[in-house]
Design a protein around this ligand. Sequence first.
Ligand SMILES: C[S@@+](CC[C@H](N)C(=O)[O-])C[C@H]1O[C@@H](n2cnc3c(N)ncnc32)[C@H](O)[C@@H]1O
Length: 162
Amino acid sequence: MMHNSFIPVNDPYYPTPNEVVLHKLDLLALKDGETVFDLGCGDAIQLIMACTKANVQCIGYEIFPEAIKDAKINIQKADLSNQIEIREEDIYKADISNANALILYFSRSVLGALSLKLEKELPVGARIVTHQFDIPGWTEELKKEVMQKNGALETIYLYRKI
Ligand SMILES: C[S@@+](CC[C@H](N)C(=O)[O-])C[C@H]1O[C@@H](n2cnc3c(N)ncnc32)[C@H](O)[C@@H]1O
């Protein structure tokens, strides 16, 4: 499968396990009416699960064709086309000015590259949740270690734009 040639692909299409998504969503504590983003949304499962927690609007950015296809199928199956929009665009061009919450899964180096954009463009009060990797230069509001069913320990980080 070919990637869009002029957009830098950062991390590969590797979904967050559902049980970890649930822990990430617990920390986010979404409220009705909020707008939730997943930059590099993969198969959109994080956003689909977000919609089960509250009446939220979701926007996912993704450029990998296979992931976009899976996301669209999953959204259709979940009957959430009215709540989840997929933008086939580069995360660095994402308009996050109205975001209340971001659910991210990127390596530390990508989170570091994104951090300036998050700092400049996120509204004050917006929350970010990541797992496995922290955001360089940001101080987490909360850090939680969770044990997965397979015994692996996962660290989840919650941040708030101040
Ligand atoms: C580690 S996966 C995470 C998928 C999903 N967020 C999750 O947690 O299940 C990272 C995703 O980001 C996408 N991605 C990487 N670079 C991107 C870019 N520049 N713009 C948009 N999406 C990108 C990849 O195609 C991949 O699907």
